[in-house]
Design a binder for this molecule. Structure first.
Ligand code: F6P
Ligand code: MG
Length: 474
């Protein structure tokens, strides 16, 4: 079912997998250990503390196994059916060890394995070991959130007041492009890469000037085709009064989820979609991915912005910092946003729909064969948007494609004829990339830090470059 090419491997020194497995996974597990340790320290429930200590021991063991290149062992049965799929694949792959194994499978296995320690307890079943980090980074994206909130309110107000008057088609298209690019670059800042970025760097990445400057870093940009597709559906008389749905397979919580909602809200307000279905993850995943609880936490923060932004955190207190107060205008604009989004949510136009397929071990090539119900559901919509790097890796199978391979080919059974219209909004944080013009990869490798003649595609590792690829499946 997967593409018949070599998968990227943690044993290949030229692949980002190599560094990821050796440097980043141990940090990620250590951060999880620190988090559980803090929660244990703050708890006075003896049973919970005792279970917490078992979890800590298991996480430490896991870290040891990764760092010492031990074998991947079968995942314990924690009551969820996907364990069997993971273990079956593990068996088929043969004797895998952490530092010489297919990157995609092993990284998914890592997060699935961590979640078992929690699921098998009584007191920690739904505990999100990455929640603290997610909230903290979201809070630190405050300047960009406020900037976008102002922009969003203006444009929604404008869309409403001009609903019945003639529109300038060029201006409409420009607005669409802006919203999609805001949503795209929101992916530049995921927490699993934060081990190398400071909060200052993040804030610089998020402002509107940064977005304009970054336009030239979008290597493949199919937004014009996408816009034509969505406007054709909107103007199609046979679709009048019918549902035109857009699905978004989410990536990260916090600022990225915020910009996903900006895009969702814009699509609904502009009439380019009538429903938006959001697909979150079901277990703590790749550190920062959205769980249903993150969606609730975001709306909650918007509903009580003063409390969220003005209450000093533990860290503020340690450093004697007092968070800046929000202005009345800022509070009023955030309330507008909350009102809009919670109304869409209440009226069923903005829906959250989890599915365990998204946290499976393999590529999305398997979707039509393995998840008939899910694929049928997705076919009902006009468009499925896949956010982020990991979703992109799963779309193209995380194998060593020639970078000039057309996107429509690299997504295999999800391509033309599949009945699915697919958009990938991805900032590059891994090796695999497709759809480039001939010579482009070579040019980028020759730039500073691009990898040169080392055989490594280093330019594609840090979220600086992006691809926006569209495939029309019907
Ligand atoms: O290597 C970077 C990485 O951690 C990959 O392992 C993973 O694909 C990605 O980042 C996660 O990024 P995103 O949140 O954009 O999917
Ligand atoms: Mg992610």
């Amino acid at each position: 079912l997967d593409p018949k090419l070599a998968p990227y491997s943690t044993g290949d020194p030229a692949s980002f997998a190599y560094l990821t497995a050796r440097e980043r996974w141990p940090i990620i597990i250590t951060q999880a250990i620190d988090d559980v340790y803090r929660t244990v320290g703050a708890s006075d429930d003896a049973d919970k503390v005792a279970e917490g200590k078992i979890i800590l021991a298991e996480l430490s063991q896991l870290k040891y196994e990764v760092q010492h290149d031990r074998a991947l062992t079968p995942i314990r049965d924690d009551g969820y059916p996907d364990v069997a799929g993971y273990n079956k694949e593990l068996e088929q792959l043969g004797n895998l060890t952490w530092l010489k194994s297919p990157w995609l499978f092993t990284e998914c296995y890592l997060f699935r394995r961590m979640s078992t320690s929690f699921t098998l307890s009584n007191h920690w079943k739904s505990y999100d070991v990455f929640a603290r980090q997610k909230i903290k980074t979201f809070r630190s994206s405050r300047p960009a959130v406020l900037e976008l909130t102002t922009r969003y309110k203006d444009l929604v107000t404008q869309l409403r007041s001009s609903a019945s008057s003639p529109h300038d088609p060029e201006a409409d298209k420009l607005l669409f492009t802006e919203m999609c690019e805001v949503c795209l670059w929101g992916n530049a800042t995921d927490l699993s890469l934060l081990t190398s970025l400071t909060y200052d760097d993040i804030q610089k990445l998020q402002g509107s000037k940064a977005r304009q400057a970054a336009e030239q870093n979008i290597l493949v940009n199919d937004l014009p085709q996408l816009y034509a597709h969505l406007t054709a559906a909107k103007n199609d008389p046979s679709k009048k009064n019918k549902d035109r749905r857009v699905d978004i397979v989410l990536d990260n919580a916090g600022f990225e989820l915020f910009v996903d909602l900006v895009l969702a809200g814009y699509l609904l307000s502009s009439g380019l979609a009538t429903t938006v279905v959001l697909h979150p993850k079901s277990i703590p995943w790749f550190v920062s991915d959205v769980l249903p609880s993150d969606f609730a936490a975001l709306l909650n923060a918007l509903a009580n912005p003063r409390q969220f932004y003005e209450t000093p955190t533990e860290e503020d207190e340690l450093q004697g910092r007092v968070p800046e107060k929000l202005t009345d205008k800022e509070v009023e604009e955030l309330a507008f946003l909350f009102g809009e989004w919670s109304q869409f949510h209440a009226e069923g136009q903005l829906v959250l729909r989890p599915n365990r397929f998204w946290t499976g071990p393999g590529s999305f090539w398997r979707l039509p064969a393995e998840e008939n119900e899910l694929v049928e559901d997705l076919r009902e919509g006009e468009l499925v948007v896949f956010k982020g790097d990991l979703n992109y890796r799963k779309l193209v199978g995380d194998v060593a494609w020639d970078p000039t391979t057309p996107f429509t080919e690299a997504i295999g059974p999800l391509g033309p004829g599949s009945g699915l219209n697919i958009l990938a909004l991805r900032t590059c944080k891994a090796d695999v990339v497709v759809g480039l013009k001939p010579g482009e990869d070579e040019r980028l490798r020759q730039m500073e830090g691009g990898g040169g003649d080392s055989g490594a595609r280093k330019w594609a590792w840090n979220g600086k470059w992006a691809v926006v690829s569209f495939s029309k499946g019907r």
